[in-house]
Design a protein around this ligand. Structure first.
Ligand code: NZQ
Ligand code: ZN
Length: 394
């Protein structure tokens, strides 16, 4: 087991009517002026935004708002949020929405705390985050795990790049999580969210560091829970228990706990981000589209590990290690298919891509073959190309 630091400072308030605690929490964290960030309108339609405003009014908290955050959130809107936060003299940024909204709120917090620096400098890695402002989240979709995570992912629409910045300063002070708020999700978003949750643990599970039993047990328990309750949630998204399990898995899958003591991989995320950056694809679907190809490309490096995944998560029996490894990959793809998400590039909205596009995606992902992706196998641009090529069918 490698040495590690576990830091999960986010206060979680979970359950029915949890959003009614928002005003109290904002006050608890010492804020008096809040920038509310939200998306394309679901929280307006559901009445959640009004509820939150009433909560803040009741505590005498001032606020301004930034609406219109899109999935694959754009840096330009985040910059507008920085200006609004400065104009208000905000002391907390409150996200009401999903990963895109929370990531924009995190960007606004960093931007407002560093007025001399354009925020994209942090996302390109040219500047390190040394200070930020407090962020709170009212979560409306179980997916990205941004409500507890240390990262924020933005897209620069001018350069076509999608990048993330990781810092413990990004971890929200609190997250309000009422599973009932997720009942109104479009089915496709629910499915993509379930895939993303699953992948956040899988990307920590396949690494070059053996052993680490406790972390494995946590990870395997989470994966089994996502499979069982993901199916139930997909069948009936008003099933409170199923939506609760998925919501809590979403936070635990990306707060660090399923990968303690070993390096993360996250190569699939890098490959997926390039598809989102170029084609504005939904994040979760980009992961399910490439994972099977990645797995078949790398599993020979550690067949016992893939076999163990099959035994522990999928209950595979009576097979030798190679058969179990391949069956586990197949079972994972079947699970994705049962949620009606893509398991190849041809099933994304882009359809099958020309070879030159695959080469460009591979170059973009590896910054012109100057960086390696992942840790289980450190992927070169050529490896990335081979994986995209393998996934490039209908
Ligand atoms: O914009 P509105 O109208 O609110 O609609 C949203 C959006 O269209 C809708 N939605 C959300 N909650 C709803 C709802 N519709 C009806 N009822 C509700 N209760 O769902 C759509 C998707 O929202 P989005 O916030 O984009 O979803 P998600 O949470 O999946 O976030 C995806 C983004 O997070 C990034 C992804 O790359 C992507 O940009 N990620 C962030 C991470 C992090 N910060 O730690 C880690 C992840 O790996 C991921 O990269
Ligand atoms: Zn993700």
């Amino acid at each position: 087991m490698h040495s590690f630091v576990q830091y999960t400072p986010t206060e979680i308030v979970f359950g029915k009517d949890a959003e009614r605690e928002t005003g109290r929490l904002v006050k608890k964290y010492g804020a008096a002026r809040v920038l509310i960030v939200y998306g394309g309108g679901s929280v307006v339609k559901s009445g959640l935004l009004d509820t939150i405003k009433k909560e803040l009014d009741a505590e005498g908290i001032q606020y301004d708002e930034l609406g219109g955050v899109q999935p694959n959130p754009r840096v330009s809107l985040a910059r507008e949020g920085v200006r609004k936060a400065a104009g208000l003299g905000a002391d907390l940024i409150l996200a009401v929405g999903g990963g895109s909204v929370i990531d924009t709120a995190k960007a606004d917090a960093i931007g407002a705390a560093n007025p001399e620096t354009d925020i994209w400098e942090f996302w390109e890695g040219r500047q390190t985050v040394e200070r930020s402002m407090p962020v709170g989240a009212v979560l409306t979709i179980s997916a990205a795990g941004s409500e507890m995570s240390d990262s924020s992912v933005l897209t620069n629409e001018e350069t076509g790049r999608k990048c993330g910045v990781s810092s413990d300063l990004n971890r929200p002070k609190f997250a309000v999580m009422n599973p009932e708020l997720t009942y109104t999700l479009p089915k496709y978003q629910l499915a993509c969210g379930i895939v993303d949750i699953y992948m956040h643990t899988l990307e920590r599970y396949f690494t070059p560091v053996p052993g680490n039993r406790m972390t494995d047990e946590i990870a395997e328990g989470l994966l089994r829970t996502v499979i069982e309750y993901g199916r139930k949630a997909y069948a009936d998204q008003t099933d409170y228990d199923a939506m609760s399990e998925i919501m809590w898995c979403g936070s635990l899958s990306h707060n660090g706990i399923t990968g303690l003591g070993r390096p993360r991989d996250f190569a699939n995320h890098k490959l997926g981000h390039e598809l989102s950056a170029m084609f504005d694809e939904t994040h979760g679907a980009t992961l399910s589209a490439v994972w099977g190809s990645w797995a078949r490309y790398v599993y020979r490096l550690d067949v016992p590990r893939f076999a163990h995944y099959g035994y522990a998560v999928w209950g595979i029996e009576n097979k030798d290690e190679k058969e179990a490894a391949l069956a586990a990959i197949e079972k994972t793809e079947e699970f994705f298919r049962s949620l009606h998400v893509a398991t190849c590039i041809g099933e994304l909205k882009t359809g099958v891509l020309p070879d030159e596009t695959l080469r460009k995606l591979s170059q973009n992902a590896t910054k012109g073959d100057t960086i390696r992706l992942g840790s289980f196998k450190e992927l070169t641009a050529h490896d990335a190309y081979e994986i995209y090529k393998e996934a490039n069918h209908g």
